[in-house]
Ligand binder design. Structure first.
Ligand code: ADP
Ligand code: GLC
Length: 485
């Protein structure tokens, strides 16, 4: 099975969040499971500078409205030997950031990613001839739309399954309907069934409508986004209409990058069978952040984009109450400047209990994971969430809101039976979060129970082999039901 994976991010050089981790790990796992993946991403400046690539083929021209966009393709391989195609258009992608710079989104993102999707579909048709096109999130939506509706290339995809995976329903690629011309397809597709959305153009909606098969990154989130507007953000109807062609497949965790036994960024190596190094990592985090050394007090860590999705508003409102608990909190986060300001100022009010590190720093993320006793994720919604899976591998106990992928990956610890991997709360309310943290603190005081929950976390296995097999089964099932075999 030849799979053209099309996405806007790939770790470590082009990363804004979990999508990048997925695109760095999934292709290798698909290859190990016997498939032939190919990856297509934009040639961002950081990628071109850090990946060894060379140009292939002739430059290609695409007409986008009244402009002709020319691009070339650079070819490389990822760390698993999977072919990586970079769509090289310096004006669009030779920039300092991915989606923006200095906290401000680029104003031409719709144009950039419509271009990317169309260019990627063109490259897939000419250079890959895939059995499956697998496009991720709205930035790659135009690839599905073109593969289906652009007459100049759609014939090349007659025997291909068009699959689209949603990583976050909150970002749909909405633009003014006047930008429809950039797609270069028949006007009939700007219909209510397809790309039109309350007078605007919605790229994600178009990809959902036109794909043969649609998925999202956890079974719980699949139920949530197809059942109502709270999580579906207006696309719940189009999703529900996909019926059997819509599913949820839980992401894997990348244990090549996230494993305390082989992590060069942390103070001491450790593992399930030899967990002693964990204490050195906790001491190192306290030393690095200047938090007073209170051995009996657990440290809760957070590594996150600083946004409403991640529960930063809830944390802000609950902070005073939370700081009354016997707990220290280390926040590694960057994003919304109002939140950044609030938590920076809060640190001055709670010098013994709170540290706010405003940064996006990969090595620091590893040190917070390893150096924390618990890992807090009070998300408003969470399509999958990878950091709670990484936390478990580091023996760091997740305290999470029961939503989306958090519901599918964490289970409440029961001190009576010793089962469960974390602490969960249902209601998106301060009391519920504080109560879950209180249960965590109580278990932390009982060293035998704490050893047990840590061991349960160490033993949890979210490896990509399982996820890759599920994707391949799904592709095969969908090809079969669409008469593509
Ligand atoms: P999302 O994609 O919604 O941000 P995920 O849990 O799927 O959430 O993935 C987040 C990824 O980004 C993880 O690899 C996490 O370690 C990383 N990350 C998030 N915030 C930061 C930060 N401030 N510094 C370093 N890495 C971060
Ligand atoms: C999105 C989601 C996150 C998910 C990630 C990878 O960024 O917010 O929950 O883990 O994609 O699928």
């Amino acid at each position: 099975m030849k799979i053209a994976i099309i996405a806007a991010e790939i770790a470590p050089h082009a990363k804004a969040g979990g999508l990048a981790d997925v695109i760095a790990a999934m292709p290798g796992a698909l290859k190990a499971a016997g498939a032939e993946p190919h990856i297509i991403v934009p040639a961002y400046r950081a990628l071109v500078e850090s990946v060894d690539s060379k140009p292939i083929g002739e430059p290609i021209a695409l007409r986008m409205g009244d402009r002709e966009e020319r691009f070339s393709v650079r070819c490389a391989t990822d760390r698993h030997g999977v072919p990586l195609y970079l769509i090289d258009h310096p004006e669009f992608f030779g920039r300092a950031g991915i989606y923006g710079d200095g906290g401000i989104l680029y104003s031409d993102n719709n144009r950039r990613y419509i271009f990317f999707g169309r260019a990627a579909a063109t490259v897939a048709a000419r250079m890959i001839d895939p059995t499956v096109v697998h496009a991720h999130d709205w930035h790659a939506a135009a690839a599905v739309i073109s593969a289906r509706a652009d007459n100049s290339i759609s014939a090349g995809f007659n025997r291909a399954l068009l699959a689209f995976t949603i990583h976050n329903m909150a970002f749909q690629g909405l633009s003014d309907a006047s930008e429809f011309g950039l797609l270069g397809i028949d006007r009939k597709y700007l219909s209510t069934e397809c790309l039109e959305f309350f007078g605007k153009m919605n790229l994600m909606k178009g990809a959902i409508a036109l794909a043969d098969a649609v998925s999202t990154v956890s079974p719980a989130y699949a139920r949530e986004i197809s059942s109502g507007p709270e999580h579906g953000f207006g696309l719940e109807g189009v999703l529900a209409a996909k019926g059997e062609n819509f599913t949820g497949i839980l992401n894997g965790a990348d244990y090549e990058d996230w494993d305390p036994a082989h992590d060069r960024d942390i103070a001491a190596a450790y593992s399930r069978t030899s967990p002693a190094g964990k204490r050195a990592c906790v001491r190192a985090l306290r030393a690095a952040t200047g938090l007073p050394n209170r051995e009996g007090t657990p440290i809760a860590g957070m590594v996150t984009r600083m946004t409403e999705q991640k529960g930063m508003g809830l944390l802000r409102d609950a902070l005073d109450e939370l700081m009354r608990l016997d707990l220290q909190l280390v926040l590694l986060a960057a994003g919304d400047s109002a939140f950044e300001e609030f938590f920076r100022a809060a640190e001055r009010r709670y010098p013994d209990k709170l540290r706010t590190i405003i940064d996006f720093d990969e090595a620091a993320a590893h040190r917070v994971q390893a150096g924390s006793d618990a890992f807090l994720m009070p998300s408003q919604f969470e399509p999958c969430g990878l950091t709670q899976m990484y936390a478990m591998r580091y023996g760091t106990i997740p305290v999470v809101r029961a939503t989306g992928g958090l519901r599918d990956t964490v289970s409440e610890f029961d001190p009576a039976t010793g089962t469960g991997t974390g602490f969960m709360f249902e209601e998106f309310k301060a009391e519920a979060m504080v109560s879950a943290l209180g249960r965590m603190i109580a278990v932390h005081r009982d060293s035998a129970a704490w050893r047990r929950i840590m061991d349960n976390c160490f033993a949890a296995d979210f490896s990509w082999d399982r996820a890759a097999r599920q994707y391949l089964d799904w592709f095969a099932r969908m090809r079969n039901s669409h008469g593509l075999d």
